[in-house]
Design a protein around this ligand. Structure first.
Ligand code: SF4
Ligand code: SF4
Length: 511
């Protein structure tokens, strides 16, 4: 944060607490004159995040292990769907145009489930934001998870913050180069595994692994592994916080969506200011002057993966990972002072405490209720439709030209293209009837008549769709309205399962 922004934070603190007024004066004394020559581009400052330990670090380790474990291992989980069907639990099967997710199979015409999932994901993100700010960014975002893993490798090979900085500042030796080489090699291996795991979601994983190892996989698979290896290595290894600061739109959207009751990682300046050393604090207190709990040790800044000083207030750079809470808690514990000088809190509560009033936490409010209700509604609709959807489907497209044909005897004919879907893993014979007109005949174009003269059947193979041309003839003596609504009914002649679709039958004047 620049000096002007820091001054604003202090202004706010000072207006809330008379005891902080001297900080404002100090900031103003040390503040440079407004500079019209401030460059528009700030060169990147290399960040060496220090390791820490505590509750939020443990949560982040747990999330990292679970999410990466799922990502790398899920393609190898098997799911028995019977013969003629893939046995991979999660599979995006482009050649067959299917998405398999355990017991759920999504066909291309059911892509609205994907829309539903995107709605759930977006509203879920809004709900998280309304409750605890950028909790997604701090714990679950792939950029955060992979960067965290790359930081862990960096610390393992090049040492923690101080050691790493000293090594980089000294003249580089063969050992320095060797360490850097080893780090980049491990990063590339992780990136390669990441790209490798990605392509396994698009084909049978064990088969593809064997093909990749023997050089028999398609060029597309190798290309995607190369692309994802490069992007993972570049984004998590080199660009790191730059992605969060400059590339990701979510911090800007999140800032517009949040409200004053959302919990955010907050420096409790009501308790921390005026910051001073332990010794100075004792002296100030002995003279009856205020002294805060912050000892200005900068541990909260040193552990921050984006290099933010949380004491300067909320900023787009803070991904809300909570590591500064752990760092400060460790310092407070060593000093024998209460922990949570930095904590999930709100600015409103800081102000209330300055006024001597109790803190308020409003997790249940109109926007959280609304988001939860939308999630519940969209989720219920998706579950209901998934549970009740049939294993057959029909879609109908009316011929555009001509809309109808009138025969010499006055009867009318309309033509349709009908697509029949068989989602079962066996052959099925279907009958198609039409309701809505007094007397109709349905004929399939190009299919042979049945030997006994009964109505034609359409046979559809296992897990397949079939397109047929259909002519519907109206033999009724009364001419239909220019446009009559009719119902196509598809019936499995063995199981009796039915799927229906409405369309129109046109006559003169109905085009
Ligand atoms: S300021 Fe704290 S919560 Fe924000 S990114 Fe840095 S360490 Fe994480
Ligand atoms: S870690 Fe705590 S005590 Fe140290 S500078 Fe940060 S807020 Fe102050």
């Amino acid at each position: 944060m620049n000096t002007q922004a820091a001054s604003t934070t202090l202004d706010r603190a000072a207006s809330d607490a008379p005891g902080l007024a001297h900080l404002v004066a100090a900031a103003e004394v040390g503040a440079p004159e407004p500079d019209d020559e401030i460059p528009l581009y700030a060169p990147r400052r290399k960040i060496y995040p220090q390791s820490t330990h505590g509750l939020f670090r443990r949560i982040k380790w747990a999330v990292l292990i679970v999410t990466l474990g799922i990502y790398y291992l899920l393609p190898f989980v098997r799911w028995d769907r019977g013969p003629n069907a893939p046995s991979q639990a999660v599979l995006i099967d482009f050649p067959s145009r299917r998405f398999y997710f355990f017991f759920i199979e999504i066909w291309p015409q059911e892509v609205y489930y994907l829309t539903g999932l995107l709605i759930l994901a977006a509203i879920g993100l809004f709900l998280m934001n309304a409750i605890a700010g950028r909790v997604w960014c701090g714990y679950l975002c792939p950029q955060t998870v992979w960067t965290d893993l790359f930081f862990a490798v960096e610390r393992l090979v090049e040492g923690d913050r101080r050691e790493h900085m000293q090594r980089d500042a000294r003249k580089w030796t063969v050992q320095t180069w060797a360490r850097k080489g080893l780090k980049h090699f491990i990063w590339l291996m992780i990136a390669w595994w990441t790209g490798g795991a990605w392509v396994l979601y698009f084909a049978d994983a064990p088969t593809l692994v064997r093909d990749l190892a023997t050089g028999q996989a398609s060029i597309v698979a190798y290309a995607w592994i190369g692309i994802l290896t490069f992007t993972t290595y570049a984004l998590a290894g080199h660009m790191r916080e730059q992605v969060c600061l400059y590339m990701c739109p979510w911090p800007r959207i999140q800032a517009a969506l949040t409200d004053e009751y959302a919990l955010n990682v907050t420096y409790r300046y009501d308790r921390g200011e005026p910051r001073c050393s332990v010794k100075k604090a004792e002296q100030l207190r002995a003279h009856g002057e205020p002294a805060g709990d912050c000892v200005d040790c900068l541990q909260c800044v040193h552990v921050c993966p984006t290099g933010v000083d949380i004491r300067q207030g909320a900023s787009l750079g803070c991904i809300q990972c909570g590591l500064c809470i752990d760092a400060c808690d460790n310092i407070m514990a060593k000093l024998g002072r209460p922990t949570r000088l930095i904590a999930y809190d709100t600015d409103i509560n800081v102000k209330l405490r300055i006024e001597g009033k109790p803190s308020i936490y409003r997790l249940v409010r109109m926007r959280t209720i609304l988001y939860a209700a939308i999630i519940a509604l969209a989720g219920s609709v998706m579950i209901y439709t998934l549970a009740t959807r049939g294993s057959e489907g029909i879609s109908v497209i009316h011929d555009r030209n001509p809309m109808y044909v009138q025969l010499k005897d006055g009867t009318l004919r309309n033509g349709y293209t009908i697509r029949i879907v068989n989602k079962q893993l066996k052959y099925r014979d279907f009958l198609i009837n039409v309701d809505g007109l007094p007397s109709t005949l349905v004929e399939f174009v190009g299919l042979p008549p049945r030997a006994d003269g009964s109505q034609q059947l359409v046979s559809v193979g296992p897990d397949q769709t079939k397109e047929v041309r259909v002519v519907v003839t109206d033999y009724s003596t009364t001419p239909p309205a220019p446009s009559a609504s009719i119902l196509f009914r598809l019936t499995d002649i063995n199981s009796g399962d039915v799927a229906e679709m409405r369309d129109h039958f046109f006559g003169p004047g109905g085009e």
